[in-house]
Design a protein around this ligand. Structure first.
Ligand code: 1CP
Length: 343
């Protein structure tokens, strides 16, 4: 049997039309998601209940036949939750947790309990894979260590990553220890997702922005390289997508030095000159502005054409440059996917 289109393209095939999926394709813009979410006690419970998480993963697949892949319904903050950081999602405020700032606080977390408490996620992966048609790929994911660390150091959303960036300069040993613990937890988490049936793995580094090059190397590139090496050492061959959002032209360094299979581009990185400098033939993904998806209209088709030009003969996966936001009209999603698949 041939592999799903997304896997073939991440392994180097050029496809027209390209495979398509959308970051945050499950979630609050879907009425069926909001209805299901009301039945759970809280967001973490929802993610760790395989029946609910399986249903949330499959909802966008049922609605949009043009999607080539499902992404596991979970969250990048499940690792700090499982490590006992007190993660909770407060309505209207986002994630909150107990901040860590010292080696003692980092060592006091229950890192050894992470794998067991995230076992329900592997069960979700097994259920989704069993329910998905063979031609649709299943994507597993985790947050990159730096992005997860910014929430842990900030005690939740850390505006401008100020707390995390300050600590990275002030107490490098503490931040490096936190990143090391996160690398180890993330490697086993991703390996168990792959063993349960995830065919692609994406590493979300949503807060890779605002870092000077030496710090970018220390907190983004090296920990990501360690994850890729760890996953490969465990015998997992699945393509790995890296998404270093907001790092501008440092995406080139990231693409060369982390070992990822393919690079997910944000809006400003979806630029012909930047893409030309990437390692030869490395597949690229994404770049479409979620605000244009909110706006809708004829400009969507022009931007899809532009992105195909930017990919310039490389394997390309259609996606957004950041996640779907809750206010996006569902009709615009269907229209956008039809535009992508029409050519
Ligand atoms: O109440 C709710 O329903 C919670 C809303 C929600 C949802 C639907 C959160 C809380 N997380 C998710 C799911 C989620 N998160 C997925 C599921 C699969 C999908 O459809 O794509 C994924 C891949 C994520 C990843 C995630 N979580 C990221 C990385 C991607 C990105 O958007 O940059 C980040 C930064 C988070 C943290 C997070 N989770 C949720 C919130 C409110 C936040 C904070 C975001 C912020 O700090 O602004």
């Amino acid at each position: 049997m041939t592999d799903p289109l997304l896997i073939r393209v991440l392994n180097g095939e050029i496809a027209s039309p390209p495979p398509a999926w959308l970051m945050r394709q499950a979630g609050r813009y879907l009425p069926e998601y909001r209805a299901l979410r009301e039945t759970s006690k809280g967001f973490v419970d929802y993610c760790l209940t395989p029946e609910l998480a399986t249903e949330a993963t499959l909802q966008p697949m049922r609605r949009f036949a043009d999607l080539d892949a499902a992404i596991l319904f979970a969250d990048i903050l499940l690792i700090p939750f499982a490590a006992g950081a007190g993660v909770r999602f407060v309505a209207g405020e986002g994630p909150v947790m107990n901040p860590v700032a010292s080696i003692a606080e980092i060592e006091a977390l229950t890192w050894n309990a992470v794998a067991e408490s995230l076992a329900p996620v592997s069960e979700t992966v097994r259920r989704v894979r069993a329910a998905l048609p063979a031609d649709k790929a299943l994507i597993g994911f985790a947050g990159a260590p730096w992005t997860v660390a910014t929430y842990m150091i900030g005690g939740g959303k850390d505006p401008n990553r100020w707390a995390a960036r300050t600590l990275a300069w002030k107490d490098p040993a503490a931040v490096d220890l936190l990143l090391t613990r996160l690398v180890d937890a993330t490697v086993s988490y991703l390996v168990s997702q792959a063993e349960a049936g995830a065919q692609v793995l994406q590493i979300f580094d949503s807060w890779a922005e605002q870092l000077p090059a030496p710090l970018f190397d220390r907190v983004v590139v090296r920990p990501t390289r360690a994850i890729v090496d760890g996953v490969r050492a465990a015998g997992v061959a699945a393509p790995i997508l890296g998404f270093p959002r907001g790092c501008g032209h440092l995406a080139d360094v990231y693409a060369r030095e982390t070992g990822v299979t393919a690079l997910a581009l944000d809006m400003s990185q979806a630029d012909a000159e930047l893409v030309r400098r990437l390692p030869a033939a490395m597949p690229v993904q994404g770049g479409f502005d979620p605000a244009l998806l909110a706006a809708g209209g004829a400009a969507m088709a022009d931007e899809v054409s532009r992105l195909l030009t930017v990919a310039d003969g490389r394997p390309y996966v259609f996606n957004l440059g950041h996640g779907v936001s809750p206010d996006i009209p569902i009709d615009h999603v269907a229209e956008l996917l039809a535009i992508v698949k029409d050519r």
